[in-house]
Design a protein around this ligand. Structure first.
Ligand code: PNS
Length: 157
């Protein structure tokens, strides 16, 4: 069974992330969405909230689950018996960043493989950063977030 891990800080999980998750779920036996932080960064939402949003976003997908992890991604991959990462790429900037992350992860574990899916064009402008701006200024979120996540967010505010 091929278990793919889709990692991110998901602050919050967006329609762009969901696009990649749904496409990965159609290809791999199981996809584990890993809500994982970068210890250098501050987040708008707590880990608990980011995990709750991720769980809501993937609840319609039978072979997808969401888990949170504190620490290194390669350690999380070992814990779910996976050697495969799936990443979404929107543009050349993402590609530069992902190449650097792949090199760093491979210094920790040589046997991992990373597969990249280009975002579908309607999600090219969607990022968690832009979404946070929309949230801050109380703008409509339906172009950025799954409706289940919008609902969950309203519950916590
Ligand atoms: O959504 P993001 O913030 O672009 O995701 C980046 C993330 C969380 C996947 C990356 O920072 C990460 O893997 N963090 C976990 C720590 C880790 O394993 N670092 C190893 C490479 S330096």
């Amino acid at each position: 069974m091929t278990v793919a891990v889709f990692p991110g800080s998901f602050d919050p999980i967006t329609l762009g992330h969901l696009n990649i998750i749904e496409r990965a779920a159609a290809v791999f036996d199981k996809v584990v969405v890993c809500v994982i932080g970068n210890s250098e960064k501050r987040y708008m939402f707590t880990e608990e909230q980011r995990l709750a949003f991720a769980k809501k976003a993937v609840s319609h997908l039978e072979n997808v689950e969401a888990q949170a992890h504190t620490g290194l991604l390669t350690d999380f991959m070992a814990s779910v018996d996976s050697t495969l990462l799936v990443k979404g790429v929107r543009n050349a900037q993402d590609m530069d960043y992902e190449y650097m992350m792949e090199r760093a992860n491979k210094t920790l574990r040589e046997d991992i493989e990373v597969m990249y899916l280009f975002s579908d064009p309607e999600f090219i402008h969607v990022s968690s950063t832009t979404t946070r701006e929309m949230i801050k200024y109380n703008k409509k979120l339906d172009c950025y977030l799954p409706s289940s996540v919008i609902e969950e967010m309203q519950n916590i505010q």
